[in-house]
Design a protein around this ligand. Structure first.
Ligand code: NAD
Ligand code: NA
Length: 396
């Protein structure tokens, strides 16, 4: 069928298989162009199908020739209805990896569940023996705790007082004021339960207890800090509490890995357009201004450039892993540069519906958003019939 973007609110209901394939191929080409990385050889990526997790899988496979197992939760296609983009991304990734003679298998299901953990452990046992890098890159609005059976929903709210600021509807370009009521009830606990470190620790405990982590194994989860502009709704809001918990969990995991000389890191990454971030109020306006400035300064990066730098310059640089005073890896260093933040803060005051098209990079935001779903890629004929039913080679 002919596949076009179909929007509903902040999501796109369709995805283009050829465009997603192009996206994956472009990322692979980028990694190959940067040369080999002396990285891990057996890698488990939890949240491997889109965003930072997909970039981590591609960087491992095509930068270090690593065998990868990818876990994700995506919607398969059915006749007449497209899959979610992560399905097509993973199909394309496996196809390219297998063509290059690189091991790649995938597991589609709820990574928070005991069943999917069991399936993953069994696959590692059968095929790889032990893992030397675990990337934890889940972004989810909901988690069922497998021990208690309780369903937790995360919310994006400030804590203590209502937060009012500008935001943009990036589809229409309309800048307006948004007010977000503060967290109440169990909002904080629930958000921490979904996006904090509990499930990360459960994964590492499960892997370690079955001796599936190699000597010196490393695990990395992704966090965000951002500027004072978004602090009340992000880092000092409910999601920030979850990130605090995730960051604290790195230390408990490192303790638990002492016997094998392993280590857990949190990497603080740059603000980027992903399915997760486009749903957060205020962030799209910030990102469109940030993109404008970072592109002008020649320091703009997407997920793949970020993760290439994380692996090459931080994790596998041949020497000590550089961290901040809280033990975190910082690849948000260019976003957080004083000169860049000062310029964004100035534009923020001036941005309204009339001025934003010139002040900000709304076009870049929209392009990146459509790219998430496989649209707007050069080299893809969007007028041609595309087969929506695409298989992931390792998933039967
Ligand atoms: P994303 O939405 O692109 O990726 C989320 C991944 O998690 C997908 O592979 C999805 O299939 C998987 N997933 C979600 N629920 C699942 C479940 N129940 N079981 C199995 N897989 C599941 O998100 P992203 O932006 O790449 O975020 C990844 C991490 O990076 C998050 O921790 C996020 O907070 C962090 N981060 C994001 C940004 C940003 O600006 N996007 C910046 C810094 C850090
Ligand atoms: Na991800």
């Amino acid at each position: 069928m002919i596949i076009e973007p179909r929007m509903r609110g902040f999501i796109c209901l369709t995805a283009h298989p050829k465009g997603c394939e192009q996206n994956v191929k472009n990322q692979i080409e980028y990694i190959k162009s940067k040369g080999a990385i002396a990285g891990a050889k057996k890698v488990l990526v939890i949240g491997a199908s889109t965003g930072f997790g997909l970039a981590s899988r591609i960087t491992s496979a095509f930068g270090s020739n690593a065998s990868t197992i990818g876990v994700f939760f995506e919607k398969p296609p059915v006749e007449g209805k497209t899959a979610s983009p992560g399905w097509y991304n993973s199909a394309a990734f496996e196809k390219e990896a297998h063509k290059a003679g690189i091991y790649a298998k995938s597991i589609n299901g709820d990574a928070f569940s005991n069943e999917i953990k069991r399936e993953t452990l069994d696959l590692i046992k059968a095929d790889l023996g032990q893992i030397d890098l675990v990337i934890y890159s889940l972004a989810s609005p909901v988690r069922v705790n497998p021990t208690t059976g309780v369903t937790h929903r995360s919310v994006l709210k400030p804590i203590g007082q209502t937060y009012t600021n500008k935001t943009v509807d990036f589809h229409t370009g309309k800048v307006s004021e948004v007010s977000i009521a503060p967290a109440d009830g169990d909002d904080i606990e629930n958000t921490v339960a979904v996006m904090g470190g509990e499930d990360w620790a459960m994964w590492i405990d499960a892997l370690k207890s079955e001796n599936l982590l190699a000597e010196g194994a490393t695990t990395v989860a992704y966090s965000y800090i951002g500027p004072s502009l978004t602090e009340a709704v992000y880092r000092k809001g409910t999601i920030g509490r979850a990130k605090d918990h995730l960051e604290a969990t790195a230390f408990t995991i490192t303790d638990s890995l002492k016997s094998i000389g392993g280590k857990a890191y949190v990497s603080v990454n740059k603000a980027l357009v992903t399915q997760a971030s486009s749903a957060i109020p205020v962030i799209p306006l910030y990102i469109s201004l940030l993109y404008k400035i970072m592109k002008e300064e020649g320091v703009h990066e997407g997920c793949i450039e970020q993760i290439q730098r994380l692996f090459n310059d931080r994790l596998y640089n041949g020497s000590e892993v550089p961290t901040d005073d809280k033990g975190r890896i910082r690849i948000d260093d260019w976003e957080m540069r004083d000169d860049i933040q000062a310029k964004v803060a100035k534009l923020w005051l001036e941005a309204d519906t009339e001025t934003l098209p010139a002040l900000g990079d709304l076009a870049g935001y929209r392009n990146d958003f459509l790219n998430l779903f496989g649209f707007e890629f050069a080299g893809v004929d969007y007028n041609a019939e595309a087969d929506e039913v695409v298989a992931i080679e390792s998933i039967k």
